[in-house]
Design a binder for this molecule. Sequence first.
Ligand code: AMP
Length: 448
Amino acid sequence: MSDGAQTHRPPQVLRGMRDFTPRQMLLRQRVIDILRGVFERYGFDPIDTPLLEYYEVLAGKYGEEGEKLLYRFVDHGGREVGLRYDLTVPLARYVAVHRAELTFPFKRYHIGPVFRAERPQRGRYRQFWQCDVDVVGTRSMLADAEVLSVWIDALSALGVPNAVIHINHRRLLEGLARRAGVPATLALGVYRAIDKLEKIGEEGVREELIRLGVESKAAERVLELIRLRGEPAEVIAAARRALAGDDAAVEALDELAELFQSLEAFGAPPGRYLLDLSLARGLDYYTGPVAEVVVREPALGSLGGAGRYDHLIGMFLGEDIPATGASLGLERLVEVIDEHGLLPTPETVTEVIVVAVEEAQRREVLRLARELRDGGISVETYLGERIDLRRQLHYAHRKAIPLAVIVGPDELAAGVLTLRDLRSGDQERLPRAVAVRTVQERLTAGRP
Ligand code: AMP
C-alpha cells in the first residue's frame, strides 16, 4: 500500500463503531455479569458461534429491510460470507448442525457482538452486543413465559426503572388485518405501518395504510383494534369480542391467555408487562407471541425484542423445530444504567497501589504486593522508571485508585506501613503483619 494518503489522515474508527474506555468496559462487564447470573439461575447454558457465517445462512431470514443491513463480502477463498446480524439465526444454524448431540428442550444463552449496516444515531450502532436466551424444541407457552420472566428478573437485577414489556401475537395481528378487510397481499406492509405507531402516531399510520392501498374504512378498523392496550385479561376479552369467529386469531388469544397465566405463576409483577395489539416487531421469522421491552427515559427505542419462531430452524433442517427466545441490547441497557447512575462503576480495577518512598524499599513493595494479591486484592506497583513518591501518588490520583500503601525507610525499619485513603486523604499506621486484613476491611467499608 502506498503511504501518501494514509500518513496524512488522522486515525479514526469506522462510522457506527466505537472504542470503549476502561470505565465503559468495567460497566459493560458488570452488566454482562449480572445478566449471566440471571440466565444461569434459570438453567440456560452458554454457547458461542462465529462472527462470520456463509451468506446463504443469513440470507432470506430478516425481511427486506433487514436484508439491506447485512454486511456481506467475498472472503479470500472466494466464498460469499456475512457478519452475523443477530444471535437467533446463528442459533438456528447451530441447532441444525448439532441436533444429534442436543438435549431438548435446548436452553442456551449467548452474549456477543452483532453487526448491522444501519444509519448510526443515539442507541443505534453498526456493531452492538446482544444478550439472548432461547428455548428450542417446545411449543409450550411456558417457554415463552420463561424467557419473559428472565427479562423481568434481569431488569430488576440491573435496577432499570419503569421498563415495561409490550406483548402481542403475530397470528393475532394477522387476524386483525383479516377482520379489517385488508387483503393478504398487503398484510406485511400493514404490520410495518402498525409497528411505526409510536414514531409517527395514529394519523401517520392512517396515511401509510391508505398509501399502501388499504381502503379508508378498513384502515379505521385497523386503528380501532390496535388502540387496544393494557391489562392483559381486559384486552384479551375485548379482542375476543372483536375477533369472534376467526379461528386462528382465537387460538392466538388462547395462547396469550396461557402465556399470561404462566407469567403470573413465575412471579412476574403485573405492572411490568401489558398486552399491546399495536406491537408488530420488524423481523420476518416470528410466528407466535412477540414482545418488546421499552423504557420512557431516556427515549432510546426498545431495550430488547422477543418472540417465537417455529419455522426458522426448519429453513436449515427441512423439518420444523419450534423455538422461542428473547434478546436484550447491551448498548441501550448500559446507556439507561449510566444515565440513571444505577451501577456506580470505578475508573480502574486497581484497589490499592503499593508505593516505595525510595529505591531501597522496592523489593519490600513487591513482596507486599504479592501478599495482597494472594489475599484476593487488585494491586498495582508503580512501573515508571524513577521512584518518586509525589509522582506515584499523582499517578494513583489520576487513575482514581482508592487506597495507597506507603513503604518508607522508617516504616521498613519499624515493621509498619502507612495506609492512605486517597479519596478522603485519611492516613493510618499499621503493623506490617495486619496489612492484608486491614486493606481488605477498608476496601469493603468504602464500597457502595
Ligand atoms: P432486534 O434483533 O432488532 O429485535 O433487536 C433487539 C435489540 O437489540 C433491540 O431492542 C436493541 O436493544 C438492540 N439493537 C437493535 N439494533 C441495534 C443497533 N443498531 N444498535 C444498538 N442496539 C441495537
